[in-house]
Design a protein around this ligand. Structure first.
Ligand code: MF3
Ligand code: CO
Ligand code: CO
Length: 259
């Protein structure tokens, strides 16, 4: 296991990459509407990242992923592939996951969008998942143990009778997209569970919460992960820096008030 501690120079680059990733989500807000295709959202994002930001969309060609962003609609848990034939429709909920590389460093963040008015359950699941992410972020400070993150998310989900996806985790991030440590969103044990958080560590928290059971199925395209029972799934993700006094959200958006 190799958990990197970022130098002050690296932290500055992580801040820039994180801000750019957040700005892609802010830019997309007006484009996520009934009738738009996820293929169009991919093209808009690719253009913005490469032309306006002078950055690289990390998913493109990552282990063969064919597009620049991930778009995961309704019962899709994560890694949905943008498609010119997939139109968003009223009542959908969609996660858009953006990772950019700027000056060699990664910023990784995702949020849920409502397409028109969501159902009561879709809104409840979506709002809950953001609150679970926020509660987990509040655990992050020097001296905390990595396992506190999964414990709080699992406890909150149990109270709501939602379930936590176990197969996909948060991750360390820096020069490498997915590096140590693995960040569990459930109350489980790994060799890194007791890791003590230290200033200069960077990692993501990105809980995937299902309205039904926790089980996943991988589609034949080799990427799209769906709920086995076809229940709804929501996800929110931030890239974080452990600071001397607590935590800095490197991918915070203007529309968020985290306190
Ligand atoms: N952004 C995802 C994450 O949060 C990873 C996407 S990898 C891809 O870790 F290849 F599917 F794009
Ligand atoms: Co991530
Ligand atoms: Co991501």
């Amino acid at each position: 296991m190799m958990v990197t501690i970022k130098t002050p120079e690296e932290i500055e680059k992580m801040r820039v990459a994180g801000r750019l990733a957040a700005e892609v989500l802010e830019m997309l807000e007006e484009h996520v509407r009934p009738g738009v295709t996820t293929g169009e959202l991919d093209r808009i994002s690719h253009e913005y990242i490469t032309q306006q930001q002078g950055a690289i969309p990390a998913p493109l060609n990552y282990h063969g992923f064919p597009k620049s962003i991930c778009t995961s609609i309704n019962h899709v848990i994560c890694h949905g592939i943008p498609d010119d034939n997939k139109k968003l429709k009223k009542g959908d909920i969609v996660n858009i996951d953006i990772t950019v590389i700027k000056d060699g460093y990664h910023g990784d963040t995702s949020k849920m969008f409502y397409v028109g008015e969501p159902t009561i359950m879709a809104r409840r699941l979506t709002e809950f998942t953001q609150q679970a992410l926020y509660a987990a972020i509040r655990c992050v400070r020097p001296g905390a143990r990595l396992s506190e993150i999964g414990k709080i998310i699992q406890k909150m989900a149990d109270q709501e009778r939602f379930s936590v996806v176990q197969e996909y985790c948060g991750h360390g991030i820096g020069k490498v997209f997915h590096e140590d440590p693995q960040v569990l969103h459930y109350d489980g044990y790994t060799s890194q569970s007791d890791l003590e958080l230290k200033p200069g560590m960077c990692f993501t928290i990105e809980p995937m919460i299902n309205s039904g059971k926790r089980y996943c199925k991988l589609m034949k395209d080799g990427w799209t992960v769906v709920t086995k029972d076809h229940s709804l799934s929501a996800q929110w993700e931030h890239t974080l820096l452990v600071t001397e006094s607590g935590v800095e959200i490197l991918t915070l958006r203007k529309d968020e008030d985290f306190s």
